[in-house]
Design a protein. Sequence first.
Length: 139
Amino acid sequence: MNENKYFTRSELLDVERKHMVRRLKKISEEVDWGKVLDIGSAHSYIYRLFLNRKDVEYHGLDINKERVEYMNKTYPDIDTQLGDGEHLPYKNNSFDYIIIGELIEHIGNVENFLKECKRVLKRGGKLIGTTPNAVELKG
């Protein structure tokens, strides 16, 4: 790790991903999922938590075309679409869960994003999100 008191961008991203995956792994073991939408999915961190789970119908959405192409090539058995969270390309009442890992801080219009999430969630569906935590990043 960098010897000064600051993280490089690469170090910071590695630490953030590690903590995000740890938090979501804990959650993933405690929930009966059903149909899941992972927004900002194309690094496949969250999808890999669900490998071999029979209780999950996984769908991914990402704004980055190259990442979506990678996901579709690497994991052809899952539905990964190109799009953004403010204009979800799904029907109303489609998902039991929406996962947003380290994403909300990158959304331009959070109110519209949350309205879209509500629209595509089934009644009683849940939005699960993580954000970077400065306390965790210090250690």
